[in-house]
Design a binder for this molecule. Sequence first.
Ligand code: PLP
Length: 382
Amino acid sequence: MSERHGFETLAIHAGQEPDPVTGAVVPPIVQASTYKQDGVGGLRGGYEYSRSANPTRTALEECLAALEDGSRALAFASGLAAEDTVLRTLLRPGDHVIVPNDAYGGTYRLFAKVWAPWGVEYDPVDLRDLDAVRAAVRPGRTKLVWVETPSNPLLSVVDIAAVVQIATDHGAQVLVDNTFASPYLQQPLSLGADVVIHSTTKYLGGHSDVVGGALVVRDAELGERLAFHQNAAGAVPGPFDSWLVLRGAKTLGVRMDRHCANAERVVELLTRHPAVSEVLYPGLPGHRGHDIASRQMRAYGGMVSFRLVDGEAKAVEVCGRTEVFTLGESLGGVESLIEHPGRMTHASAAGSPLEVPSDLVRLSVGIETADDLLADLEKALA
Ligand SMILES: *Cc1c(COP(=O)(O)O)cnc(C)c1O
């Protein structure tokens, strides 16, 4: 789309012209691995083999690029496949990366268990503390600062523009995992970040029915390098998975509005509940990152974490007692989920600097009727 349209218009139309052959309004699922050539090298529309490119995936990639205000997006079979590919592209043995000290557990595992043995060094740092970020930079060797904001599961907020400033001063690039906010609430490229990564499994897909990932960049040359690795390593999503994420993305704006509104109601309940010792939500004026979140996000999101006065046993009990909130990992779908990060999503961080408090419960607040969500939590906390 040539003109600059609004977010919702882009979500519904970017990369999604009606099919030129049939007029189908929705991009077809092109379930093909290979494409007939008109003579050797005579490609029709640039497609030769679906690892390199597939029309349904192209539609998704163009849509995601538009939503993040980037020049290029690349879709992957999972968020972690996207992470692995960007690390292969940007790093060499001996390079150093600054990672958040409360990164998503799978991200931390990728650095600690996969990339460290290949000679990439990393330091977990509290990225809210800009002096700590400066102190962690190893001149000439720090190539990347990995930001996750709001973070999973502690909902801490990092000042993206401030970290970009520090990284730029030292010749490092900045990547932002924008999974929790989604491009509707936050656009890191416009704040100076070099790469955005998504687990499209979460808010972009939005219906807990597909696993996927994406990278989005502004710089065309970096986009080319990433595309080379996407094809060379081949962790691509299939046409149907691409189509599911694309369909989810169309309603991202309206879903996020409701996720945020429901989360605010849930936060209200939790903050005055005697069984709860602390509520972690960037929308709370007392949250350490509230001012930054108010600047760099459109609203505060649908993820809420809280701690229990009575500790781990109570946290585990509450997770087992809800009925509308389903006990399960993952997040960002239309249905509300509850989980115990210490024993579930973040179990792999146990004993590491990223270990999470054992009395912590994480909610992915869905878009069900808010009163039903509140009643369910009241009952589970009682
Ligand atoms: C889920 C998640 C990932 C990993 O994505 P997958 O699609 O599960 O591979 C990365 N970052 C964050 C913040 C996540 O929540």
